[in-house]
Design a protein around this ligand. Structure first.
Ligand code: GRF
Length: 213
């Protein structure tokens, strides 16, 4: 048989290298992006076997975009100046391009259009800074959550990772981590305490979902 020596020979009996194709994560963020950073760090350490194909940011100028630029991760800010359906179309066309196996909402404050939830059902997760179903739903975000926990006299709080459905913070719970609320707790100290746990819980859940096969 004649063949060019520099060309590879493809034969069913020839051993091939095991090519592993990394899964894609798309992260959505609205703030400083410390949870986004925790995911980047876990990928770099090899704890999550995946790559981040892009960041969806709710507005320009946020810390999460700076982190994306630093790590050469593309970002996109879908305009919400048109109708709700045009926001949804912009989002879907970018997601089709980035082809996520998992979408991670890491402090994203805009509503996810129902069309997106429909297409990516059971492939969108969110991190929330309370022990859901307590202190979740519309209006419970940022410091408001921690203030409400303290005002209610709770002795423990924590964070929850859950699947996203059409209702705010109501999707199936995947995992939670608890923290103690001390007697002199302020919304600021509680936020710090919970955030520290978020940075461990979120990457762990992502690894559990994506490293399986
Ligand atoms: C976190 O507390 C998260 O639970 C909530 O928004 C905050 C985002 O913080 N959904 P960061 O932008 O990841 O620092």
């Amino acid at each position: 048989m004649n063949y060019h020596p520099s060309l590879p020979i493809f034969s069913p009996n020839r051993p091939t290298r095991n090519i592993s194709i990394l899964k894609n994560i798309v992260v959505f963020a609205s703030g400083s992006g410390s949870n986004f950073q925790a995911i980047i760090d876990s990928i770099e350490k090899g704890d999550i076997e995946a790559k981040i194909s892009g960041l969806i940011a709710s507005r320009s100028g946020i810390g999460a975009i700076e982190r994306a630029n630093y790590h050469n991760i593309p970002h996109y800010v879908p305009s919400d100046e048109g109708s709700e359906s045009s926001f949804s179309e912009l989002l879907i066309s970018k997601l089709v391009e980035w082809s996520p196996d998992l979408i991670v909402l890491a402090g994203f404050l805009k509503k996810i259009p129902s069309e997106v939830i429909e297409i990516y059902r059971n492939r969108i997760i969110n991190i929330h800074p309370s022990l859901l179903p307590k202190f979740g739903g519309k209006g419970f975000y940022g410091k408001r959550v921690h203030k409400a926990v303290i005002d209610a006299g709770e002795t423990e709080s924590g964070c929850t990772v859950h699947f996203v459905n059409e209702h705010y913070d109501k999707g199936d719970i995947i995992r939670q981590q608890r923290v103690r609320v001390s007697h002199d707790e302020t919304p600021e100290t509680l936020a710090q305490k919970v955030l520290k746990e978020e940075h461990k819980l979120l990457p762990n859940v992502i690894a559990e979902i994506l490293n399986k096969n």
